[in-house]
Design a protein around this ligand. Structure first.
Ligand SMILES: Nc1ncnc2c1ncn2[C@@H]1O[C@H](COP(=O)(O)OP(=O)(O)OP(=O)(O)O)[C@@H](O)[C@H]1O
Length: 340
């Protein structure tokens, strides 16, 4: 049985549905990341699960039990918000101890748990440190330890690393994943950062205007975005209208080979940048290399074709053209996705 189930949950603000008949299951020990643009309903989803927001229709179930009459503090869910809201007047240990104190855990046991949790989040011995003396990343860890302290059956994170700089975020996300795996925590996290979601999640849920646009493992969503919205949200810009049939897509960029078994008919296709190959072929698409940006292990090349939108190619360093050069492009079917 799923630990968390949303069954047709709708939340309206005036005429607008912030959540529109959302169905979602989160399994025991699974980490699910909800991803989507601003205003797509991510925070509302967390709030309705926590009991901070009333659902206009549908049900929220935890371990199969309808939560509609269960108040926030009895749901057994932990929440950690973006601005982590530590109590500034308490030291790090006092912050972590808060939930334990509320639950009447005795002092000795409390001190032991606080030390253990601070150790777990990589801040051993930091119990006496004033909140103001901690860096952003350290505060984030204290907030995490505080959320974990009451051993919630479901931990919910809202933009957990939102305010930290990129390097720190990338490090912490790996630590979090490792930590959740070790503890067997069930996690529902919300982020607008796809890199963070893909690094943290067993499964990602992409939201659009209160609905789930796609759900799948990070690899599934990355390899096969369900539609143009998801593809563009993931940062793929090589999307054009197409008519697909007989193993090719007819597009403004010419005929593009598609993988076997692709859906036929009118729609659109995505060509992932590594599938835009710069090579001399007689029937290739002639383009001008407008910009070339060095990206470490490859070069991102923006190409202007004779018609249609710009094309982005990802080419090995040795194949990078000169800016302004005329090149010929061929498409690799394995990097083409026919979108729904
Ligand atoms: N209390 C509220 N009153 C009225 N409208 C609200 C309220 N809370 C959220 N909304 C609206 O519901 C929609 C979804 O908001 P929500 O905060 O869930 O989006 P989000 O995906 O978390 O966005 P962000 O990434 O910007 O935090 C938005 O259109 C928002 O304006």
């Amino acid at each position: 049985m799923a630990l968390l189930s949303l069954d047709g949950v709708t939340v309206r603000f005036g005429a607008r549905a912030a959540l529109d008949a959302v169905d979602l299951d989160v399994a025991e020990q699974e980490t699910v990341c909800v991803l989507g643009p601003s205003g797509s309903g991510k925070s509302t989803l967390l709030r309705v699960v926590a009991g901070l927001q009333h659902a206009d229709s549908g049900r929220v179930l935890l371990s199969g039990r309808d939560q509609s009459d269960v108040p926030v503090h009895r749901r057994g869910v932990g929440l950690m918000f973006q601005d982590h809201q530590l109590f500034p007047q308490r030291d790090a240990g006092g912050n972590v101890a808060f939930g334990l104190r509320m639950r009447g855990v005795g002092r000795v046991e409390r001190d032991r748990r606080v030390a253990e949790l601070l150790e777990l989040v990589g801040l051993p011995g930091a119990g006496r440190r004033a909140v103001a003396s901690l860096s952003g990343g350290e505060q984030q860890r204290v907030a995490l330890a505080r959320a974990l302290a009451p051993e919630p059956r479901l931990l919910m994170l809202d933009e957990p690393l939102g305010q930290l700089d990129r390097g720190l975020r990338e490090r912490l996300v790996v630590e979090l994943r490792e930590l959740f795996g070790r503890l067997g925590t069930t996690v529902l996290a919300v982020t607008h950062d796809q890199g963070e979601a893909f690094a943290l999640a067993d499964r990602v849920v992409v939201m659009r205007e209160g609905r789930i646009a796609q759900t799948g493992t990070p690899l599934e969503v990355w390899q096969r975005p369900a539609d143009e919205f998801v593809a563009r949200f993931l940062g793929f810009d090589n999307v054009v209208p197409a008519t697909v049939g007989g193993g090719v897509a007819d597009t403004v960029w010419g005929r593009i080979p598609v993988p076997d078994g692709s859906r036929e008919g009118k729609g659109s296709v995505l060509v992932r940048p590594p599938g835009v190959r710069i090579r001399e072929t007689p029937d290739g698409l002639r383009c001008v290399a407008e910009t070339c940006v060095f990206r470490g292990d490859h070069v991102a090349v923006r190409l202007r074709p004779p018609r249609g939108p710009l094309l982005e190619a990802e080419v090995p360093l040795r194949d990078a053209p000169e800016t302004g050069a005329e090149v010929t492009v061929a498409f690799a079917a394995e990097e083409v996705v026919v979108l729904g």
